[in-house]
Unconditional design. Structure first.
Length: 229
C-alpha cells in the first residue's frame, strides 16, 4: 500500500512550523512503525522527532494529532485511512519541543500541585474505580480535546482526575479531606462536563463514571456531613 504522509515539522518554538510531504510504500502497519521507516529511509539525514517508548499502548508517549484527531501512533493502523493520506501534527495544548514531540510536563506539575498521593495506608475501594483510574496513560489526548483546559490554567483536566479519583476512593479521613479540597479547586470547579475526554481516551477509561464517583465522594458527601453538623 502507498501512503502519503503530510508531517508538520518545527525546529523550535522560535521557528514557524511547515509541512513536509513524504510518500511511503509499505504493508499495513502502525503510524509509529511508518515513522520509523520514514526516518530510516527518506528522512535519515533529518529525521522527524517524535516521542516513543513501549510501542505497545502502555506509555502514552507517542500521542499526536493523526488526521486532526489526538491518537497514539502505536495504536493507529494505516489501513484506517483508505484514501491513502495521513496528516501528522503535534498536540496543540502543549509547547512543541521539535516536530511531533511536545513538552507534557504541565501534566506532571499538575499532579504535584494536586498533591496526588496518600500519606496514610490506603483503604478499600469497593467500586472498582481505583483499578479503572490506574489504566490512565498520561498521554494528554484528553487535554487536547477538553474545551476547559489550557496550559498554566487552574483547571487540571482529566489527566489529573484519574489519579485523584483513585486516591479519593482509597484515602483515609485526613487524606480524603486534603484531596477533596484540591480536587474541588482544580477539577470540580472547572469541569464543564462535555465528556470529550471519555470519547477520546485511548485506554477506554470511563471518565464520566470516575467523575460521578469522585464528585460524590469529594463534594456531595462532605457537603452533607457539614450540613448535618
Amino acid at each position: 500500500m502507498k501512503i502519503l504522509f503530510e508531517i508538520t515539522r518545527q525546529k523550535s518554538q522560535a521557528e514557524k512550523p511547515y509541512v513536509q510531504s513524504v510518500e511511503l510504500e509499505t504493508t499495513d502497519t502502525t503510524v509509529a512503525r511508518a515513522l520509523e521507516l520514514i526516518n530510516a529511509g527518506q528522512l535519515s539525514d533529518d529525521p522527524v522527532q517524535w516521542d516513543c517508548s513501549c510501542r505497545q499502548k502502555k506509555c502514552g508517549a507517542c500521542a499526536m494529532l493523526i488526521n486532526g484527531r489526538p491518537r497514539l501512533a502505536c495504536d493507529t493502523m494505516l489501513s484506517e485511512f483508505p484514501n491513502g493520506k495521513v496528516t501528522l501534527a503535534p498536540l496543540r495544548k502543549f509547547p512543541v519541543v521539535r516536530d511531533l514531540a511536545v513538552d507534557r510536563s504541565v501534566m506532571f506539575d499538575a499532579l504535584k500541585k494536586l498533591g496526588a498521593w496518600l500519606e496514610d495506608e490506603a483503604g478499600e475501594d469497593g467500586t472498582g474505580m481505583a483499578y479503572d483510574a490506574s489504566r490512565c496513560l498520561q498521554c494528554g489526548c484528553c487535554l487536547e480535546v477538553c474545551p476547559n483546559f489550557y496550559a498554566g490554567g487552574k483547571f487540571f483536566g482529566a489527566s489529573a482526575l484519574t489519579p485523584a479519583s483513585r486516591l479519593i476512593a482509597q484515602a483515609s479521613k485526613e487524606d480524603g479531606k486534603r484531596l477533596s479540597n484540591t480536587y474541588k479547586a482544580h477539577f470540580y470547579n472547572g469541569c464543564g462536563k462535555s465528556l470529550a475526554c471519555r470519547d477520546i481516551c485511548p485506554a477506554g477509561i470511563d471518565t464520566e463514571r470516575l467523575l460521578v464517583n469522585s464528585n460524590a465522594a469529594a463534594v456531595w458527601k462532605r457537603s452533607l456531613r457539614k450540613n448535618k453538623k
